[in-house]
Design a protein around this ligand. Structure first.
Ligand code: ACO
Length: 403
């Protein structure tokens, strides 16, 4: 019943690509990826080299400013971040208002959004000096805000940041120390977390990054844009996959640990069940991030020697993927979410915090894209078109004439 020819006259030529499968939304010089060959580079540097040689703060600098820092630059950057790790004392009282069982991603996006109520000088994206301070504030405060959301959920007192520790150690300290127990951070735990943050730091125009650019394109401030990105990341189709993976491993364990049964279910298409943590839309040969963190996963599990049935199930599933023709024929390998879920669990991080960790890792990517968009000479507000499928013009009837 739709008169397409009259609509076409009204709207002009519009291309339709639902889900943006083939449509580039922007030019970008930040991250290169080639899914066929399993290549991922930040600012031209191979992810493998960055993971082997840098810490997360250095990678954040690279993504945001475009080049690897020299010694003086990284020193200044680290000190600048350390200066801002505390959150305003009044902000702590926000946490009293959230229900104890609130999802930490909901707390994270709310409190990050609220940063613009405390730093009202930061509203103008064209004010370079204020944007710079906002970048430091975000990088410094996100781990504090995140760790407080966990402390709230377990009813423990908040731990102030300890600025003598590095970025990852400090986060683990705020998560697991209590006033009664100083909790010495295990360097292997900090190293595993550092790798996870690096491999999550950017992935070009994914859903949350596109959201940050979209919101930022209206000249909304950086805090509001990042808060929107956190909302986008929360969805189970995006940042929530590692949580789904551990839930699946738990389900297999509760069901007697029969891995073969779940593999059969995944191959049988009738019930729609898939093995979580296997396959990737872009990486069709291997996921380079998974290759990097798999080693860290093995090292951590060997060191901890934990008697957790989930780890055995994970190892058996991985074995299946390498040997089974169904998985081989379709190029289905464990992806980054498969191993990241297992590592987070080994680190003692509760499942609800997994996506929060992803947000801490992705923050430099979001900031880099927001800044790149604002410095582009062709910057315009993002305003997609649509193909209208509703009614053509209708005759209006007054209320008394409608049946
Ligand atoms: N288990 C069993 N079979 C699978 C799986 C899986 N995990 N993934 C894909 N397949 C099969 C499909 O049934 C299909 O088979 P067919 O050719 O016989 O019909 C074939 O492999 C291709 O699958 P598609 O759905 O076309 O692959 P697509 O690229 O669209 O999907 C995706 C990729 C969404 C990641 C998919 O592999 C999947 O659902 N995986 C499980 C969820 C998951 O781990 N997501 C996290 C991805 S990583 C990240 O987001 C950071």
């Amino acid at each position: 019943g739709i008169d397409i020819s009259s609509l076409r006259k009204e709207t002009g030529l519009v291309t339709l690509d639902e889900g943006f499968v083939n449509t580039g939304s922007t030019r970008s010089a930040i991250t290169f990826l080639n899914g066929e060959e399993g290549v991922l580079r930040y600012r031209g540097y191979a992810i493998e080299e960055l993971a082997a040689n840098c810490d997360f703060v250095e990678v954040a600098y690279l993504l945001i400013y475009g080049d690897l820092p020299n010694e003086a630059q990284i020193k200044e950057f680290r000190e600048g971040i350390r200066d801002h790790t505390m959150i305003h004392e009044d902000m702590r009282s926000f946490y009293n208002g959230f229900p104890r069982d609130a999802h930490p991603m909901a707390i994270l996006s709310s409190v990050v959004g609220a940063l613009s109520t405390f730093y009202q000088d930061s509203m103008d994206p064209a004010d370079k000096e204020q944007v710079e301070i906002s970048i430091y504030r975000l990088l410094a405060k996100l781990p504090t805000i995140a760790a407080y959301s966990y402390k709230k959920s377990v009813g423990q007192p908040f731990m102030y940041p300890n600025n003598s520790l590095d970025y990852c150690e400090n986060f683990l300290h705020m998560m697991f120390a209590t006033p009664a127990n100083e909790h010495m951070v295990d360097p292997d735990f900090a190293e595993a977390l550092n790798l996870l943050l690096i491999v999550h730091a950017d992935h070009e125009q994914n859903c949350s990054t596109s959201t940050v650019r979209m919101v930022g394109s209206s000249n909304a401030n950086l805090f509001a844009s990042i808060s929107a990105g956190i909302g986008a990341l929360w969805g189970p189709l995006h940042g929530g996959a590692n949580e789904a993976c551990v839930n699946m491993l738990e389900q297999i364990a509760a069901d007697g640990g029969d891995v073969e049964k779940y593999v059969r279910m995944a191959k049988d298409k009738t019930d729609g069940f898939r093995l979580m943590g296997f396959g990737h839309r872009v990486y069709k040969n291997f996921d380079p991030r998974a290759t990097i963190i798999r080693k860290s996963c093995d090292k951590l599990l060997a060191k901890l020697n934990l008697d957790d049935p989930l780890f055995k199930i994970a190892q058996q599933l991985e074995q299946v993927a390498l040997e089974d023709d169904y998985f081989k024929d379709r190029n289905l390998y464990p992806n980054v979410d498969f191993y990241s879920g297992v590592i987070y669990r080994a680190l003692g991080i509760p499942v609800q915090m997994f996506t929060v960790l992803f947000a801490i890792g992705r923050l430099p990517g979001w900031i880099a894209h927001w800044s790149e968009m604002h410095s582009s000479p062709s910057k315009r507000i993002n305003r997609p078109r649509q193909i209208y499928t509703g009614s053509t013009e209708r005759e209006f009837k007054p209320l008394s004439d409608r049946n």
